[in-house]
Write a protein that binds this ligand. Structure first.
Ligand code: 5GP
Ligand code: ZN
Length: 136
């Protein structure tokens, strides 16, 4: 299903032009207009899923295999030193477009980007409590 009000549905299905790096029946890979680094790209499914919760498992598997292939190709073509895969879910986590996507971000020495988080220092008790909360 597509969502008529979703810009990534339109881009993924070619209704809005994009700098496409790859396309198949299920996915389109495009350059991000707000690229963090040279070559920053997005994997978009051609059907509308808001986030990873909505993405069916077979699509999720396909997206990850494609991410690996694109990473290898882009790393070689762009001579990138490293690579980040980023996938945001929810406004709090930085998601701004509510159509599932994976960021493919080539990294270069001294590219000036910081993609990450500040390390915390949970106590052993806090780790145990959260472990129980999640794993039961
Ligand atoms: P999010 O913050 O939801 O994880 O990522 C959304 C990404 O989509 C951002 O990196 C932003 O630069 C990119 N973006 C937003 N609108 C467009 C667009 O119309 N075309 C392209 N190519 N990228 C877009
Ligand atoms: Zn969509």
């Amino acid at each position: 299903m597509r969502d008529d009000n979703c810009i990534f549905c339109k881009i993924a299905n070619g209704e809005i032009p994009s700098r496409t790096l790859y396309e198949d029946e299920r996915f389109r890979v495009i350059l991000d207009l707000g690229a963090a680094t040279r070559g920053h790209a997005l994997i978009l499914p051609k059907e509308h899923f808001a986030d990873l919760v909505e993405l069916p498992e077979d699509w999720a598997a396909g997206a990850m295999v494609l991410a690996k292939k694109m990473m290898m190709k882009m790393k070689a073509a762009l001579h990138a030193d490293g690579f980040n895969l980023v996938q945001n879910n929810g406004t709090t986590a930085g998601q701004t477009v509510f159509h599932f996507h994976i960021h493919l971000i080539p990294r270069y020495a001294e590219d000036g980007q910081t993609i990450g988080w500040k390390a915390g220092s949970p106590t052993p008790e806090e780790l145990e409590a959260v472990q129980k909360e999640i794993a039961g």
